[in-house]
Design a protein around this ligand. Structure first.
Ligand code: PEP
Ligand code: CO
Length: 484
């Protein structure tokens, strides 16, 4: 049997640590030190996590195939660059201080099948529209991050799934195995890491081209229109905002006799949960003229709630990379855990390094958030607080359908802003599970989607997402909340 300890509860199972026979990453290069002098983590390298307990990892049966994939993936070019990663870190540092605002969104899980132009463009369109509404309302720069181009692995509460008398390994996302219920489908396949890297590369290539070209041009926001809600009240309000912005650009261009070329481009960054550590390890690189190691599979990798154990493999891996990182925190995260995580992951208080994503649920925010904010304040360090108002508000209806209510999502957000404000803290960003498509997965919003209406276009196989109209309305309500 090849590798991995699947779960902390499985301590009795033999842990066979996978070790590379070849060094799976470039050797350290020498070069001038980077301007920022942050001490290098002690006793760390991209494979040091392998000496720790790694939860939520696949059990591969064919060592030679894993070896081959790791070698290949470690050699392929990175998906993002250290310049982009450092620029994002600077911008997240600004968001932590309330100078900019972070908008993050995407699917709960991306599937390889959804790597198509319609799904990618509609996601970019809604993120662009939401950011426009937020910029217009708050007069702050908005940093856009898509949880995209790598969100292919999901943590599972059980290692196996049983149907009738058949028990098979759980589906862990397209990066690991397949969702069909046959033993072939569920067998973890290391080649899927290569397929995931390729899909991520194709997705990013398209995102970059759209961001650089005419698509994102603020002179032509009609390119981002999603036609199916033209006559709703939300769409009309949005049209007014767009008209306003267009007028302002025309006014500035006329008065300055110039063409504002910077509004022709839009920058998108990417994030994903860095769950499958072999995949992350292979893209962990050193680059000339900088010290330290970068995860170049994404700009902003996250640690999940189930993998944030202080002595686990994920925290070990993340402590050594130079990227900004996100950590999900919930109602069961204690103040002590949070302080310990800050010591390991944010030792020198580097601006923009650490984002804490709280997902407490509308019912719990007022009770639970203050202790978490105070715990961070007690360290004297600055983090970027980001509210994920989706995951604490998931409910299962009597019909068995998983949904979330627009009003609970909004309430968690507005209460979070209030709690941070009242404690002299700053909520610098939000994360939504959303899609630019006309799905019916969350209840409520101005469109009045009710329980019966969920059937029409419920497509998510994981968590329910805000649809286009609900996401845009949410952005308008946040903008209003931030300006009153
Ligand atoms: C998620 O982040 O989309 C998610 C489902 O997280 P978790 O499994 O940690 O609740
Ligand atoms: Co989710």
């Amino acid at each position: 049997m090849y590798f991995y300890h699947n779960d902390f509860r499985d301590r009795s199972r033999a842990v066979v640590h996978w070790r590379c026979r070849r060094t799976p990453h470039p050797l350290p290069r020498s070069g001038p030190e980077s301007a920022m002098n942050h001490p290098k983590p002690v006793d760390w390298n991209p494979t040091s996590w392998q000496a720790k307990t790694a939860s939520q990892q696949p059990v591969y049966s064919d060592a030679a195939s894993v070896d081959r994939v790791v070698t290949e993936l470690s050699k392929l070019p990175p998906l993002v660059t250290s310049w982009e990663v450092e620029t994002l870190k600077t911008q997240l540092g600004q968001a932590a201080r309330g100078e900019t605002f972070l908008l993050q969104g995407g699917d709960c899980a991306e599937s390889f099948d959804d790597c198509d132009s319609a799904a990618i463009t509609s996601k970019l369109k809604i993120l662009l529209q939401m950011s426009l509404v937020l910029v217009h309302g708050t007069k702050k720069k908005v940093v856009r991050v898509g949880r995209i181009a790598g969100q292919y692995a999901k943590p599972r509460s059980a290692s196996n799934e049983s149907r009738g008398d058949v028990t098979l390994p759980s589906y862990r996302g397209d990066l690991v195995n397949r969702s069909g219920f046959t033993s072939d489908d569920r067998k973890p396949d290391p080649d899927l890491m290569l397929r995931g890297y390729e899909r991520a590369g194709l997705t990013l290539n398209f995102i970059r081209a759209l961001g650089e070209g005419g698509f994102a041009d603020l002179h032509h926001p009609e390119y981002w229109d999603l036609s199916f809600v033209r006559d709703s009240a939300t769409a009309q309000e949005y049209d007014l905002i767009v008209q306003n912005i267009r007028d302002s650009i025309q006014f500035m261009e006329a008065i300055l006799d110039t063409n504002m070329s910077s509004v022709r481009r839009a920058h998108f960054y990417t994030s994903h949960e860095g769950l499958a550590l072999l995949y992350e390890q292979c893209q962990t690189r050193q680059v000339p003229h900088r010290t330290g190691w970068y995860n170049l599979s994404t700009h902003l990798p996250w640690i999940g709630k189930r993998t944030a154990s202080i002595d686990g493999a994920h925290v070990e891996y993340f402590r050594g990379i130079r990227n900004p990182i996100g950590v999900k925190i919930g109602g069961d995260t204690s103040a002590e855990q949070l302080v310990a995580l800050l010591e390991v992951l944010h030792p020198d208080d580097e601006p923009g390094r650490l984002m804490l994503i709280h997902r407490l649920g509308a019912k719990n925010v007022q009770d639970k958030l203050p202790a978490l904010v105070r715990a961070v304040q007690s360290t004297g360090k600055t983090v970027l607080w980001c509210c994920d108002p989706m995951h604490g508000n998931t409910e299962t209806l009597p019909s068995g359908v998983k949904t979330r209510r627009f009003n609970n999502i909004l309430r968690e957000l507005t209460d979070s802003f209030r709690v941070h404000d009242s404690l002299g803290s700053i909520l610098g960003g939000v994360h939504f599970e959303l899609t630019g498509e006309d799905v019916t997965e969350c209840i409520g919003g101005a469109g009045g989607l009710d329980e019966a209406g969920l059937k029409r276009a419920y497509r998510s196989t994981v968590d329910p997402r805000l649809n286009y109209e609900q996401a845009l309305e949410m952005a308008m309500l946040i903008a209003k909340h931030l300006t009153t």
